[in-house]
Design a protein around this ligand. Structure first.
Ligand code: F3S
Length: 658
């Protein structure tokens, strides 16, 4: 049978820690006191009483009590109580949950800076009473409010120029917290809000749901009156029909479990670990001693690398069980170099993490750990290997800096100078932010903090490769598709994927092209053929032979045909008429009219459409002569033709003389 016990079952990390402190103190001997019951679990409190632990409810009770150790529970106490307890000469063991301690610190600092404190929570809850005690009030009165309900938020009012700081009781409902903050925000105050809600309960429920989904049977352990255990039972029962609610091992009917292969276990927040372990042991037939042996305490010192299991995660810190007498703590700064990371989205309770010890005692009794520095060391090793092997690395750009890009690989930072980002100069690098890019390491000097990446080298190499592939397959006459990359007055450069080809203006069409920019725009896809290759110069053409207008010109423009065209250009001896793109004909000045015409421009305009008769067609020389005069005097057609020929000859000799 496979038995899975929820890592978040039972006490949350804060309560667990506090109860542990009491048991350890009992073992050490001497008088042990707790300030209030250490946990809301009568069985545990009774057991501790039997072991001599005395619960006190006010500092005065300690005044004349025999000297011993007073343990503060996870809820924390006010600063005044703390000082009073200290004044009686007893040793104080502060088991305030670090998450609650953080609220104390924030409240004290913010109120010292003049902010008015709002605590969202239940005024009578010991945790809230403790938080209130860390607010720095002024002689003019209290500078805090506790708000629990919407009505209180709505009616809240202090002068508008008063800055506020809002925190929350750790076990408060997140949705409600958001709603109340929203109501207060709308009033127009300058507000500093810190979400101090602990997600331990939510995590316990999430994990129970996940395990129940995959189990044949589920055991939920907890007091019958415990509302959070009942909630767990309901969640599990929905996912797993065979869910059993027990208070202790004796309630378990083992016969019920004979046929199950996967059994899950979870427990409410007030269920001692001992009971959970007993149930786990019986179900998995593992001896209790074995389980205890697993809890071997390790010795650590600064610089050691330790492995631990995540006990709790907040947005900005992680608590790790590293098998040492105190927990390890990794702050957000020591977890990652990436800004804007919410730790709860990258780490969850039960995860295993390796970290390096920074300080065995961070001043608050915890072990200060760093995850990112260890990861960076590993990352540096990885980068060194990549540098030596010229391996191509791929990572997201974490920041765009003035002079280039910053990329993080396994918490090690690589800088890619702007000049090495691409093979062309890029003024604005912001488009790379958050994008995944590939590069090689071309300089590795972690001591000088110079780890330089080079993306340009890859781009250049890739282009060379593509160029070679292109030239290997390119032949004169082959049809190729490409993208218009650049347009000039004399032609367009076409990217063929590896090299550019030049499509000269005269090769863009069988007809006349005035301005390439009117025909194409950058990014257009064009189909061309290779006209010639000289070295790495590729000349392209779009004058495909099957579209040559002279192929069918003989019948269309036979002598005697009446044709229509547009005056394209003019000289003194005649006008050139475009009959269709690629075919121009000459209308000699003498053939424009029966009347004498001095210059063609006297009677014609560029762009004017004219109708004329073909009086000569010469396919070899691609010459066509037109005459309007011939249409006006059809009976003298043969003379006109003769005349036109002479005129063409004249024009030819005139052109030669010119
Ligand atoms: Fe427990 Fe501390 Fe959270 S006491 S519920 S871990 S704030």
């Amino acid at each position: 049978m496979k038995v899975t016990t929820a890592k978040s079952a039972g006490f949350c990390f804060g309560v667990h820690r506090a109860v542990d402190v009491v048991y350890k103190e009992v073992e050490n001997g001497g008088y042990v006191y707790t300030y209030g019951p250490i946990i809301h679990n009568e069985e545990v409190v009774e057991e501790l009483k039997r072991k001599g632990v005395r619960v006190i409810n006010s500092p005065e009770e300690l005044k004349d009590a025999p000297k011993g150790t007073i343990i503060l529970r996870s809820h924390g106490v006010t600063e005044a109580i703390y000082q009073k307890l200290a004044s009686y000469g007893h040793e104080i063991k502060d088991a305030t949950c670090p998450f609650v301690k953080k609220i104390h610190k924030v409240v004290r600092e913010q109120s010292e800076q003049g902010r008015y404190i709002i605590i969202i929570g239940n005024r009578n809850h010991p945790e809230v009473e403790g938080i209130i005690g860390w607010v720095k009030n002024t002689d003019n009165g209290n500078r805090y409010s506790v708000i629990q309900e919407e009505e209180e938020a709505k009616s809240f009012s202090v002068p508008l120029d008063q800055k506020l700081c809002i925190v929350s009781q750790t076990t408060y409902n997140y949705k409600k917290f958001q709603d109340l903050v929203e109501i207060i925000s709308k009033k127009g105050y300058d507000i500093f809000v810190l979400n101090t809600i602990c997600n331990a309960t939510q995590e316990r429920q999430n994990e129970a749901y996940q395990i129940a989904k995959q189990s044949d049977a589920m055991i939920v352990i907890g007091g019958k009156a415990s509302s959070n255990t009942r909630k767990l039972y309901e969640i599990c029962k929905k996912e797993c029909e065979n869910t059993y609610y027990i208070q202790k091992l004796d309630d378990l009917d083992l016969n019920l479990f004979k046929s199950f292969r996967n059994v899950g276990i979870t427990a409410g927040a007030s269920t001692p670990n001992k009971i959970i372990k007993e149930v786990h042991t019986v179900m998995s037939e593992k001896s209790f001693q074995q389980l205890l042996d697993e809890e071997e305490v390790v010795k650590i010192s600064a610089g050691d690398i330790v492995e631990g299991t995540v006990l709790a995660v907040k947005e900005d810190e992680i608590i790790l069980n590293i098998g040492y007498k105190s927990e390890g703590i990794i702050t957000k700064n020591e977890f990652t170099n990436s800004p804007n990371v919410d730790l709860t989205s990258v780490v969850k309770v039960g995860d295993k993490l390796q970290a390096k010890v920074l300080k065995v005692n961070d001043g608050e009794g915890q072990v200060a750990l760093t995850y990112k520095r260890l990861a960076a060391e590993k990352g540096n090793k990885r980068l060194e290997e990549a540098f030596n092997n010229q391996e191509v690395l791929t990572a997201k750009v974490s920041a765009v800096l003035n002079g280039g890009l910053s990329v993080i690989i396994d918490e090690a930072r690589v800088f890619i100078p702007a000049s090495l980002v691409s093979d062309t100069y890029e003024k604005d690098l912001s488009k790379y932010n958050g994008k995944e890019i590939s590069f090689v390491i071309t300089e590795f000097n972690p001591r000088k903090r110079r780890i330089i990446g080079n993306r340009k080298q890859l781009i250049v190499a890739e282009k060379e490769k593509l160029k070679k592939e292109l030239f290997d397959k390119l032949t004169v006459g082959a049809t190729v598709e490409g993208t218009v990359k650049n347009i000039t007055d004399f032609g367009a450069f076409i990217d063929l994927g590896g090299a550019d080809g030049l499509l000269h203006i005269s090769e863009m069409s069988w007809g006349r092209v005035e301005n390439p920019k009117k025909l194409f725009k950058v990014g257009d896809t064009v189909k061309t053929f290779v006209k010639s290759i000289q070295g790495d110069k590729i000349a392209l053409s779009m004058k495909f032979e099957d579209q040559n207008p002279w192929i069918n010109a003989e019948s269309k423009y036979a002598v005697g045909n009446i044709v229509t065209g547009v005056v394209a250009r003019m000289t003194d001896f005649g006008a050139f008429v475009e009959l269709e793109p690629g075919i121009d004909a000459l209308l000699h000045v003498s053939q424009i009219s029966k009347d004498h015409v001095d210059k063609p421009s006297d009677v014609l305009k560029i762009g004017q459409e004219i109708t004329a008769k073909v009086v000569e067609f010469n396919k070899e020389e691609k010459k066509i002569s037109l005459s309007i005069k011939a249409m006006e005097a059809p009976e003298k057609e043969s003379e006109v033709a003769e005349e036109a020929k002479e005129n063409v000859a004249e024009e030819a000799s005139a052109q030669v003389t010119e």
